[in-house]
Write a protein that binds this ligand. Structure first.
Ligand code: NAD
Length: 481
């Protein structure tokens, strides 16, 4: 008999306990060798004043078992409560969010019968670094961080996932026509890493048209890899167009720990009524069983679930007259899946999880550091008077032997020299000073420039150094420059 593997389980809020009990009953009936270690998270913990929604002691369980099956929780509004999901993902380094979205046509109504897409979303970086500042009366800022190690890890994960699961194509969505450095890096790394997987087709779409195509013809996609924000939005779109958000599960994968959950929330409106669909959490548990190496159990559960859906035993969220055979509650649905263990679907494609799939190894390749040269500085000012030429005149009096004013922008648009009177300006100005051609600026130059700006009575609120890396500019041009 296989030794039982301890897993950490949270029953969550709302419909969480109902769907978790159903899920555990099914996988244990299928022979899952697991030892449940329950922890409490969510509403009750928040209410006790723990703003993270998780007790310090629960981290010990997560770090010991390294496998977390989590039911949805309710996040109280306001009051400084932090998103538990974001805390868990970032604290445990769960960098990859993997979400398969499959349609069960004609058994579950969907406009996209051929959909079978896996979204691989970067889970830690991008605008989710949460580094935000108010800079002036009128302007807030959020830093978008895209790193080479982060991009390499998630993109390699997507290609390895595709290879392991016999997928034929990996698509990347970015907005690198606008964000040439951040999204540009993600796209560049996608091309570099994709070249090592010649058997897998690769394509890139600008995220706006890519999103439109995904919503319209999802059958054209296979695996899609995306930075965090686009992945967050589009993985919900993909799950929704499959038929019901009650149907999808998701895995959050890190180097050592992995978390598995349904994609939906705690559905408080239907909690306690015994009508919730446990499919999303059940499919998450199937991903967990594969992760634990219990592939045969995963296969039994998944095929029994497909057979149950095909038999038309449907919970209320997917029930449809003329298509479904009987409306069932959570417990009855679980019993039907258990009755179908050992059976395969007749029409839907049966799944197979070949034994002993190695854990996906990702990592990143350390490169020799580029030669970095300071060639200028962007000084941001809080200035309310509104006429760019006046600001330029004031700044040109700030004579510096090495750093010369070359451009002023407002919200990224060049307003000096040769700005247009129609350009709307806020109180937040970016003033670009460049070093003399071929002369490297030093930190001393920056400090003396700032001193002069202060003496001129101007309020600088932040600076960004302008470097070249191996001669390539590490900064964007102003719009209109
Ligand atoms: P929700 O996903 O809970 O519900 C959206 C709609 O889908 C509702 O009509 C609901 O009844 C239905 N639904 C969801 N899951 C279902 C299921 N398994 N079976 C049948 N119907 C189902 O989203 P919401 O209403 O925006 O959020 C409710 C709470 O859940 C909020 O407190 C939110 O913060 C939380 N939430 C938690 C998670 C998580 O823990 N991962 C994710 C999303 C939302």
């Amino acid at each position: 008999m296989t030794a039982k593997i301890p897993i950490t389980v949270a029953y969550g809020d709302g419909i969480g306990p109902e769907i978790m009990k159903a899920t555990l009953r099914i996988i244990e009936s299928a022979g899952a060798a697991i030892e449940v270690e329950p922890i409490e998270i969510g509403e009750s913990v928040y209410r006790r004043g723990q703003t993270s929604g998780i007790e310090p002691a629960s981290w010990a369980s997560l770090r010991r078992t390294r496998v977390f099956l989590k039911a949805p929780i309710s996040t109280p509004q306001g009051g400084g409560f932090k998103s538990l999901n974001v805390t868990i993902r970032k604290s445990l380094g769960l960098y990859a969010n993997v979400r398969p979205c499959v349609s069960y046509h004609p058994y579950v109504a969907t406009r996209h019968p051929a959909m079978d897409v896996v979204i691989v979303r970067e889970n830690e970086e991008d605008l989710y670094a949460g580094i935000e500042h108010r800079q002036t009366d009128q302007v807030m800022q959020c830093l978008k961080l895209i790193t080479r190690p982060g991009s390499e890890r998630i993109i390699r994960y997507a290609f390895e996932y595709a290879r392991q699961n016999n997928r034929k194509k990996v698509t990347c969505f970015t907005k690198d026509n606008i964000m040439k450095l951040t999204d540009g890096l993600f796209h560049k790394v996608f091309d570099e890493i994709g070249a090592h997987y010649p058997e897998i087709a690769r394509e890139h779409w600008i995220v706006d048209i890519g999103a439109a195509l995904l919503a319209d013809t999802p059958g054209a996609f296979d695996v899609i890899v995306m930075p965090n924000l686009y992945g967050d939005i589009l993985s919900d779109v993909a799950a929704q167009i499959v038929g019901s958000i009650g149907l999808a599960g998701t895995a959050n994968i890190g180097e050592t720990v992995a978390m598995f959950e349904a994609i939906h929330g705690s559905a408080p409106q239907i909690a306690g009524q015994g009508i919730a669909n446990p499919t999303g959490l059940l499919l998450a548990s199937v991903m967990m069983l594969v992760h634990l190496g219990q592939n045969q159990v995963a296969e039994r559960v998944h095929n029994a679930l497909l057979k149950t859906l095909e038999e038309g035993l449907h919970t209320a969220d997917i029930y449809e007259d003329g298509v479904s055979r009987r409306k069932v509650g959570t417990t009855e649905f679980a019993e039907a899946v258990i009755d179908h263990l050992g059976h395969f679907p007749d029409h839907l494609k049966a799944v197979s999880y070949p034994a002993s799939v190695p854990k996906i190894q990702t990592g990143w390749v350390k490169q020799a550091p580029a030669k970095k040269m300071l060639v200028g500085i962007d000084v941001f000012l809080d200035w309310r008077h509104g006429i760019p030429d006046e600001l330029a005149a004031g700044l040109r009096r700030v004579a510096h032997p090495n750093l010369t004013l070359t451009m002023i922008t407002n919200r990224g648009v060049k307003v000096w020299p040769d700005g247009l009177p129609e350009t709307f300006c806020t109180d937040h100005w970016r003033c670009r000073f460049m070093a003399l051609e071929g002369v490297e600026a030093g930190h001393g130059d920056v400090v003396s420039l700032l001193n002069k700006i202060q003496e001129a009575g101007l309020d600088f609120i932040k600076t960004e150094h302008l470097y070249t890396f191996d001669g390539e500019p590490g900064f964007s041009l102003g719009q209109g420059q």
